[in-house]
Structures are given as structure tokens and as C-alpha cells.
Design a protein around this ligand. Structure first.
Ligand code: GBH
Length: 492
């Protein structure tokens, strides 16, 4: 019997974009194949072999450098018409700079893009999903303003060589995660660990790099290539821990402004620039800590203008939520740090299931609320494309929890469209197959397809969630049939 408890009968609009995502470093392998240069992830893990949880590296990964034809068949089997993937910058520019183009790498991506088009699948291409060419890191990576020129030069090469077949571009994946974990802290590569300072430099130059590349495409390539270009930002949602406590309500709002508004406001708001709350907090904290100026760099009026409106869509990655309450020094944040500047204590509601990685608690209503928060802040003119959403578990082929996750999160998306009037144009699931999950190595599984990492063949097998996703995509509605097991139901 069908169990419909709480699940929505709404359907996805006819032109709704369904897709599935991957990222180059997480699947390709072939780390030094075909003339590829080293990325910071190659270099760092080779120098710190114990860095990942399972002491693994990305040298072979899912071997998509050699198995991309299988990947395309898998994407096709899901029934989706969009495949979000990223280009490895050092695979086409081994030194990072545009004076030498590695044609072997270029041919690889041309084969992938043309193979997708032949299968009637549209590539959605991310220019930067964290694998910076190592020589550019030696110059300071995203803390060196010169990176804006290098990023533009790389993007120009990509638009020239692939713009005839690629019509959907995103510049950068998740400014916050990359800068907070990789520059403020050492949880992610390049592990700069200069808290309260480096994460703001990184995100400042990333924003400016994004705007530069947006305008390059908009002026020089868009008129004849006719594609669109945007950025992907990410955020958890924050619920006030106690919704009757004004301090908690303020904490939840502050969290969203520091965690998402900091990067979204310069691009999507009417007035541009960092949100006032973000500027004032970091300035005041900085001065009281003895700095002569704010640790948050200041945009010139002209930079504010180049950033304003510099995205054809709002790419959103979303996975989980927190309960927010006001935090003080006793919470043990380093001073200075983005966490201390934010001053929000985040915890998980014990009622939210945690099927895999400890940070990912399942709370579907947070997704709808985040879509509404974005809509309220920035309006409905720019469509939201959900560029990642998904869940990790231990990797079973009968992944009922992932089936339930997708059905319930997609139900919230339908409610956001039909009951709240949010302008959501697409949904791209993370991820096609079990992959290299950064610091977690291969121990955390997000895939719709299982990958056998014990076999040199890297055999791919669809999980139940792949079949479920295909049902949703082809019927354009939530798939009720798989919600059979009571413990996998979540309330609205
Ligand atoms: C996305 O990042 C990435 O774009 C993608 O490459 C990745 O595979 C996917 O999510 C799944 O992780 O937050 O301090 O508890 C999502 C951001 C980064 C959030 C790591 C959780 C764990 C440490 N994730 N973070 S913490």
C-alpha cells in the first residue's frame, strides 16, 4: 500500500531543471595523467599522507578520467537532463597561467561535454571547485589580489575552448566552505589557518574574481555563445533554538547574514556591498581587538557596482540545519575568528536523524525556510537553482534513508514553489556516485551510485535512491512508492 503521510501531491513545473552533480577532484583521478599539473589537493595530501580520515588520496578516485563514458550512461539512466561537473584548472593550465594550455586535458573535457550533448544532457560547468593549481598557491592563492587576473585568464581559456558546447557556467563553488575551512582553518586544503583574517581575504578576492569572470562572459562571450553564468553559494538553515526568545531569533538571523548574506548580499541585493550587520560586527570586533582597521576588506564604490547583479541565477547548495542561540566567549571560539565574529552557538536538534556524517542532520523544513529567506532578502527576479542537495550514509545499496531524504527535501522545494511563490528553477542532486569526500576520504558516501573502491575497476552500481530519483524526475512528482518504512518518515 502507498503511504502518503505528509507528502505533497504538487508536481514540478514542466521546464523544471533536474540534474545530478560531481566535482573534478572528487571523481576524476588521473592526477598526473595526460599532462595535468598539480592542484593544492594533490600536493597537500601527498605531503601529508595521514591527512584524510582513511589515509586515502585523490590519485585514482572513481577513475572518471578513464571511465567518463560510464558516468554519462549513469547520468542518462537517471532521466535527468543536466549534469553539473567541474573543470580541473591544472588539467588545462598545468602552471595555472594561460601561457601554456595542456591540449590533452582540453580534449578530455571536450569528449565529456560532447558525449553528454549526444546523450541529450546539458553540462552545467563549475570553473572552480577548490582544486587551485599549486603554483598559484605558492603566490598566496586566494589571498593574493593578483588571483583575480589569473582566474579571469583561466575562465577566458575555458569560454574560448568550451563555450560552443557549454551554455551553463558557474564560477565558484561555495565561497564560505572553501575560505572558512581552507584559509581560516586547516580542516580543508590549503590549510592556511589564519583565523579571522585569511578567510575574509579569500572570500573578498573570490567575490571580485567571480564578478570579473561574470563580466568577461557577459560582454565578450554571451552575445554569441548565448549561455548563462552564475555562482554557487551554500548555507545551512538556522532555526532559533527557542523561537520565543528574541536573542535566539536574532542569533539565527545573524548566523544567516554572516554565513550566506556575507557573500550573497554583494551580488544579489539592490544596494550591493557586504550586509551592514556583517561590516559593523567585524569592524567593531577588529577595533576592540587592537587592529587599526577592519579584518574584513572594504570594497571601493566601483567594486560594489561590478558585483551588484553579477549572476544570472542563484546557485544554492544546501544539506542541513542548526538550532541557533546567542553565544559568548565561553563557547571557546578562537579570537579572532569568523565563528567568534558571528557569535552564534549552533547545535543539532536531537530529533533530527543523522544517517551518516555527524554534521548532516536531516531537517527537511529548513530547506523550505532557507529558500524563503533567500527570496525575502533578494526577491524573485533571479531564479534559484539548487546546485547541490543530498545525504551521506554508510553506503548500502538499499539506501532507504537517502530515498526518504530526497523525497522529503523535494517535497519542501515543491511547497516553496507552490505555496510560497519562491522562484526555484532547478534541482541538482549531490552526488552521482560515491566519491572522494575531501577530509573524509572515501569513508563518507553521498552517491546515488555505489562505487566499489576495493576493485581497480571501480565498478558502479545503482542504489535504490537512483531508481527513486529517476521516478521523481520522470513523473515530475514525489515518489510515494518507496516511503514504506515507518521509521524513515519525517514530519512536516
Ligand atoms: C559540499 O560542501 C561540497 O560542495 C561537495 O564537494 C561535498 O562533497 C559535499 O558538500 C558533501 O560534503 O561543517 O564544520 O561540521 C558542503 C560543505 C563541508 C559541510 C564540510 C560540512 C564538515 C565540517 N560541507 N563540512 S563542519
Amino acid at each position: 500500500a502507498l503511504v502518503r503521510s505528509g507528502l505533497s501531491n504538487y508536481t514540478f513545473p514542466d521546464n523544471f531543471m533536474f540534474g545530478v552533480a560531481t566535482a573534478a577532484f572528487q571523481i576524476e583521478g588521473g592526477w598526473n595523467a595526460g599532462g595535468k599539473g598539480e592542484s593544492v589537493w594533490d600536493t597537500y595530501i601527498h605531503e601529508h599522507p595521514d591527512y584524510t580520515l582513511d589515509k586515502s588520496n585523490g590519485d585514482v578516485a572513481a577513475d572518471s578520467y578513464h571511465k567518463y563514458k560510464q558516468d554519462i550512461v549513469m547520468v542518462e539512466s537517471l532521466g535527468v537532463k543536466y549534469y553539473r561537473l567541474s573543470i580541473s584548472w591544472p588539467r588545462i593550465l598545468p602552471k595555472g597561467t594561460d601561457d601554456y594550455i595542456n591540449m590533452e586535458g582540453v580534449k578530455y573535457y571536450r569528449r565529456v561535454f560532447e558525449g553528454l550533448l549526444k546523450a541529450n544532457i546539458t553540462p552545467v560547468v563549475t570553473l572552480y571547485h577548490w582544486d587551485l593549481p599549486t603554483p598559484l598557491m605558492d603566490l598566496g592563492g586566494w589571498t593574493n589580489p593578483k588571483i583575480i587576473d589569473y582566474f579571469e585568464d583561466y575562465a577566458r581559456v575555458a569560454f574560448r575552448l568550451f563555450g560552443d558546447v557549454v551554455k551553463y557556467w558557474t564560477t565558484i563553488n561555495e565561497i564560505h566552505i572553501h575560505c572558512y575551512h581552507g584559509y581560516g582553518n586547516d580542516y580543508f586544503v590549503p590549510a592556511v589557518k589564519f583565523q579571522g583574517v585569511a578567510e575574509y581575504l579569500c572570500s573578498h578576492y573570490m567575490l571580485l574574481g567571480h564578478a570579473r569572470v561574470y563580466h568577461l562572459y557577459d560582454k565578450t562571450f554571451k552575445p554569441y555563445q548565448k549561455g548563462i553564468i552564475g555562482i554557487t553559494l551554500d548555507s545551512f538553515f538556522a532555526e532559533p533554538k527557542d523561537e520565543n526568545n528574541p536573542d535566539d531569533v536574532a542569533a539565527a538571523e545573524r548566523y544567516l547574514q554572516m554565513r550566506l548574506g556575507q557573500y550573497a548580499h554583494p551580488i544579489y541585493s539592490k544596494e550591493g556591498n557586504y550586509p551592514v550587520l556583517v561590516r559593523e560586527r567585524i569592524y567593531n570586533m577588529s577595533i576592540s581587538q587592537g587592529f587599526a582597521r577592519s579584518r574584513l576588506p572594504v570594497f571601493t564604490p566601483q567594486e560594489i557596482e561590478t558585483l551588484r547583479g553579477s549572476s544570472d541565477f542563484f546557485g544554492l547548495n544546501h544539506y542541513t540545519s542548526i538550532l541557533a542561540s546567542s553565544s559568548s566567549m565561553e563557547d571557546g571560539w578562537a579570537v579572532p575568528s569568523l565563528d567568534h565574529d558571528t557569535g552564534v552557538r549552533g547545535e543539532q536538534d536531537p530529533k533530527w536523524p543523522i544517517p551518516g556524517a555527524p554534521w548532516l542532520a536531516v531537517h527537511p523544513p529548513g530547506f523550505r525556510k532557507l529558500l524563503n529567506w533567500i527570496t525575502k532578502q533578494y526577491g524573485t527576479k533571479v531564479p534559484i537553482i539548487v546546485t547541490e542537495n543530498g545525504m551521506s550514509d554508510s553506503g548500502s545499496l538499499n539506501d532507504y534513508e537517502r530515498v526518504s531524504y530526497y523525497n522529503h527535501y523535494l517535497e519542501q522545494l515543491l511547497l516553496a514553489i507552490h505555496e510560497d511563490g519562491c522562484n526555484v528553477a532547478g534541482y541538482i542532486a549531490w552526488t552521482l556516485m560515491d566519491d572522494f569526500e575531501w577530509k573524509d576520504g572515501y569513508s563518507v558516501k553521498f552517491g546515488l551510485f555505489h562505487v566499489d573502491y576495493k576493485s581497480p575497476r571501480r565498478t558502479r552500481t545503482p542504489k535504490l535512491s537512483a531508481i527513486n530519483y529517476r521516478e521523481i524526475v520522470t513523473k515530475k512528482r514525489i515518489n510515494f512508492d518507496y516511503i514504506k518504512i515507518p521509521s524513515y518518515r519525517y514530519s512536516r
